[in-house]
Design a protein around this ligand. Sequence first.
Ligand code: HBI
Length: 99
Amino acid sequence: MVERLTAEARKTALKELSGWTEVAGRDAIERTFVFKDFNEAFGFMGRAALVAEKSDHHPEWRNVYKTVEVVLSTHDAGGVTQRDIELAKAMNAIAAQLG
Ligand code: HBI
């Protein structure tokens, strides 16, 4: 069972996660990605979905046209764990390759 990060550890991890912030009032992290167009946004989601499935760790996300809003938290642990940090890093890498 993966454990929730302490507030301190979460803040430290966020320093390495460009564009991600804590969610107000919830033990979760979020980032809104804006792409060139829908095609690129959906391409991002497709690639991120494969990473999520492979790591058995899934995002809460919302896509409107070229924007993808992502919230990460580990439901089984009730808050942010290392799994969320890893998936956020992977998403940043995918977005950087597309941008
Ligand atoms: N994704 N974000 C998130 N949090 C979870 O707890 C989680 C998940 N994906 C799959 C998953 N848990 C399963 O391992 C459990 O539901 C069995």
